[in-house]
Design a protein around this ligand. Structure first.
Ligand SMILES: [Zn+2]
Length: 159
């Protein structure tokens, strides 16, 4: 086993799962209406693990998602792929699947609501869509989802 983090290729019908995996910092590629042959090709070329509910698919790197319920889907991936939902949490844009980068506070003043700007010191920006992220209510909801879905309490740095 290498230390390279696992990378996913999420089938069309599992978009919400892709977004939660991105919140956990995982590389979770997703595109609408991706044909089965393209799933196979990208999985092979980019060494990505396919996540799908389709019974007809089979590939060497694949996890068949069993539940229709999002928390159970997330828990299955965490368990079967050995993913730590907290290790890289909040380091990737949920829209673009691109790693975000720390950005100096003074550079985000125009992009952040004044209340959030006054309250927080650390901000990250997506290099693709330019969206700015900070620790706010969305962060708390995400951590609560990770906890309730996986039964694993958040580490101290998020308490
Ligand atoms: Zn983005």
């Amino acid at each position: 086993m290498s230390d390279e983090p696992i990378r996913f290729l999420v089938d069309d019908h599992l978009r919400r799962l892709a977004r939660w995996l991105r919140s956990a910092g995982a590389d979770a590629a997703w595109e609408a209406s991706i044909p089965d042959r393209e799933l196979y090709r990208r999985s092979w070329v980019e060494k990505r693990t396919i996540l799908t509910m389709k019974k007809s698919l089979w590939a060497p790197r694949m996890v068949k998602i069993r539940s229709f319920e999002i928390a159970e889907q997330f828990a299955q991936v965490v368990l079967e792929c050995g993913l730590d939902p907290y290790e890289r949490a909040f380091t990737r844009c949920v829209d673009c699947n691109v790693p975000t980068a720390d950005v100096p506070r003074e550079e985000v003043a125009a992009d952040v609501p004044p209340k959030a700007f006054a309250r927080y010191d650390q901000f990250r920006r997506c290099p693709a869509c330019r969206k700015v992220f900070w620790r706010g209510t969305h962060t708390e909801r995400t951590l609560e989802f990770f906890e309730s879905a996986t039964g694993r309490p958040r580490p101290e740095r998020f308490s």
